[in-house]
Ligand binder design. Structure first.
Ligand code: MG
Length: 279
């Protein structure tokens, strides 16, 4: 395992079929760690898990978290997110629970100590049957992750920090933690990210380096716009200062989907350099 520093800067990246090539490309951006995302089509077979395990060992690359995304999810606008993302859609809940367990199994083979995903828009009313069903699913997944010594990270964004904290407390599992994404707070219009971090910080074990601008108030249901790191409304220098000041020592992984494939690795490298200058 590479030597990791406080607020180690890594990259959130998607698993491509060639594990070694993927890890080498990510390392080319100047990092030796990151978070591995597995979409709904990713190969979760034992053979592929073994290939990833070997690639990570050969490249001396550390994975903090395995993230799951699910077939049928779409982030076009807020109503679409409400309808399609995470554990909220009833029709896919059972199959996504199975898929989640398979992603956790995959991560366990790699020796990864954390799992994360978007739960989706959690109903506000704790007595609502769908709230209860989703909360109970989160508990089952957390308990399953715990059997491998893994945490389960809730990703921020789809609800204000106060509501996420209430849900977190209601789930009441010691291995449930938070992956804090400052840009998501802005993109979903869920609240000022630095204040949100101050509220949730003691439960945060990983952070996304992502930036964005607030939704256009004149367009109901619109999401905000993701920006290059440092060019959006998060105020990345101030945010990094708050991480230091509050004693946060976990990873900060650049997550970026705003650029065309050609520019992607160039902009990721620049984002890594920016965060390293601020960590
Ligand atoms: Mg994120």
């Amino acid at each position: 395992m590479p030597t990791l520093k406080d607020r180690e800067v890594g990259i959130f990246f998607w698993a491509e079929p060639d594990a070694v090539a993927t890890v080498r490309t990510v390392k080319g951006c100047g990092v030796t760690s990151g978070q591995l995302a597995l979409d709904g089509h990713a190969d979760l077979s034992p053979a592929n898990a073994a290939a990833w395990k070997a690639a990570l060992a050969a490249e001396d690359f550390h994975i903090f978290t395995v993230f799951a995304a699910y077939e049928g999810e779409s982030y076009n606008d807020i109503p679409t997110v409400e309808r399609t993302v995470g554990f909220i859609p009833k029709a896919t809940r059972a199959e996504r629970e199975l898929r989640t367990r398979a992603v956790i199994d995959f991560g366990a083979v790699l020796g990864v100590k954390s799992f994360g995903c978007h739960v989706g828009y959690i109903p506000h009313d704790p007595a609502h049957p769908e709230y209860v069903a989703v909360r109970d699913m989160v508990r089952r997944i957390a308990d399953y992750a715990a059997t491998f010594g893994m945490t389960y990270c809730l990703e921020t964004g789809q609800e204000p920090a106060v509501q996420l904290l209430e849900f977190f407390k209601d789930v009441a599992r010691p291995n449930v933690k938070i992956n804090f994404d400052p840009a998501n707070m802005i993109l979903y219009g869920s609240g000022e990210p630095i204040a949100a971090f101050r509220l949730l910080g003691q439960h945060v074990i990983s952070v996304h380096g992502k930036d964005g601008d607030w939704p256009d108030a004149a367009t109901p249901g619109a999401l905000g716009t993701e920006r290059l790191l440092g060019e959006g409304s998060v105020n990345i220098p101030k945010f990094m200062g708050v991480l230091r000041e509050t004693g946060y020592v976990g990873p900060v992984c650049v997550e970026s989907g705003v650029h065309g494939e050609e520019q992607r690795w160039v902009t990721l490298s620049k984002a890594v350099a920016l965060l390293n200058s601020l960590r």
